[in-house]
Design a protein around this ligand. Structure first.
Ligand code: GLU
Length: 387
């Protein structure tokens, strides 16, 4: 907890950083800026980071941060103040550093916040050559890496492409193999949702629905993601978009429209036991962390659906964060092409490993993902003499 100046007075901000596992160092994970953030949530998300990193062979332990504010209620100067003070607290407590714990963007934060963190850390550690490796997701001008911005969404699209290429699974779902013509609904027009939609469309899918917190829009013939994005930017709302056939004031109704694939790319607990029965999609690709509740997952799988779990579906972000951290330590720039090729291959391999395990043990892809990831973490502990 730390105070900041707000208007004429002071406000005390609640914030957390959780490190879940030190089986590998440094620890890694984003910082969430949200009014809804709480300690339990940050702890759960830190654990997910441990397994996410393990599954894509990124050599980090899991961590997560949270700042309990609604960024929209603060000026840019106040946000900068909060972020810099948070960083100072992390430095004081030894919770940040290229070899200690490396934050990144998450819900409500982006390149701007990462710049403030990097600058604060670097100022407090003069002469440290790899100081900028204390945080990833930085702008390219501040030693960020080409391709990090779109990395999570790109990974989501690659994971979906792999999943729909398995002909016998698609047959069981009544679908044809391949992404061409598949109807997709995306929840969230933030960094992950926007880029997931962009790449899925580039790979041949049709984006029929888009949902944001003020509402949702639908067009069975397809929506142009950039046009919707610009409309929302100009008008402040996704509603009122000329190219939509239907619009819904209740955003969650948008998830229940006809489609083949649903990409929740906003927050956790969006697909619940209550609304899962009304979902048309046969495939849920988890762009967000934890968007499907366990009860909803059980029902969806019983209905014959496939869930591509967050653990590798959205691991493209942390994978490219790893490249950025390596780049910062080497002082050498990677090309966008190299970044994309490597991260695509990593997500593809993660899918293949998880898929094989799910077939072998006849379990869902989420259980299989945990099996693969926990085994890797346990191996590291074992060789370090933990057991
Ligand atoms: N916040 C992202 C996640 O949940 C990225 C983490 C990172 O790049 O370290 O995976």
């Amino acid at each position: 907890r730390f105070p900041i100046r707000k208007g004429d007075g002071l406000e005390v901000i609640d914030a957390w950083r959780v490190e879940h596992s030190h089986h590998k160092s440094p620890t890694k994970g984003g910082i969430r800026y949200s009014e809804m953030v709480n300690e339990d949530e940050v702890m759960a998300l830190a654990a997910l980071m441990t397994y996410k990193c393990a599954i894509v062979n990124v050599p980090f332990g899991g961590a997560k941060g949270g700042i309990k504010i609604n960024p929209k209620s603060y000026t840019v100067a106040e946000l900068e103040n909060i972020t810099r003070r948070y960083t100072v607290e992390l430095v004081k407590k030894n919770f940040i550093g290229p070899g200690i714990d490396v934050p990144a963007p998450d819900y409500g934060s982006g390149e701007r916040e990462m710049s403030w963190i990097a600058d604060t850390y670097q100022t407090m550690n003069p002469g440290q050559l790899d100081a900028l490796g204390c945080v990833t997701g930085k702008p390219i001008a501040l030693h960020g890496i080409a391709g990090r911005r779109e990395a999570t969404g790109r990974g989501v699209a690659i994971a979906v492409r792999e999943c729909v290429s398995v002909a016998e699974d698609m047959k069981a779902l009544g679908l044809t193999p391949g992404l061409a013509g598949k109807r997709v609904i995306v929840q969230g027009l933030g960094n992950v949702g926007y880029h997931s939609a962009k790449f899925l469309a580039e790979f041949g899918a049709i984006i029929v629905g888009l949902c944001e917190f003020e509402g949702a829009i639908y067009n069975e013939k397809g929506l142009d993601i950039d046009e919707v994005f610009n409309h929302r930017k100009a008008s402040g709302s996704i509603l009122g978009f000329k190219g939509a056939q239907k619009e819904f004031k209740k955003s969650l109704e948008g998830l229940e429209q006809p489609c083949d694939i649903l990409v929740p790319a906003a927050l956790e607990n969006q697909i619940t036991e209550e609304n899962v029965v009304r979902i048309h999609a046969k495939i849920i690709a988890e762009g967000a962390n934890g968007p499907t509740t366990p009860g909803a997952e059980e029902m969806f799988v019983k209905q014959g659906g496939i869930i591509i779990p967050d653990m590798y579906c959205n691991a493209g972000g942390v994978t490219v964060s790893y490249f950025e951290w390596v780049q910062n330590r080497l002082g050498f720039k990677w090309t966008r092409d190299r970044v994309n090729r490597r991260s695509d291959r990593i997500i593809k391999t993660a899918f293949e490993n998880v898929y094989k395990t799910s077939q072998e043990f006849n379990v869902t892809m989420r259980i299989a993902a945990y099996m693969v990831a926990i085994d890797k973490v346990a191996q590291t502990y074992k060789y370090r003499g933990g057991y």
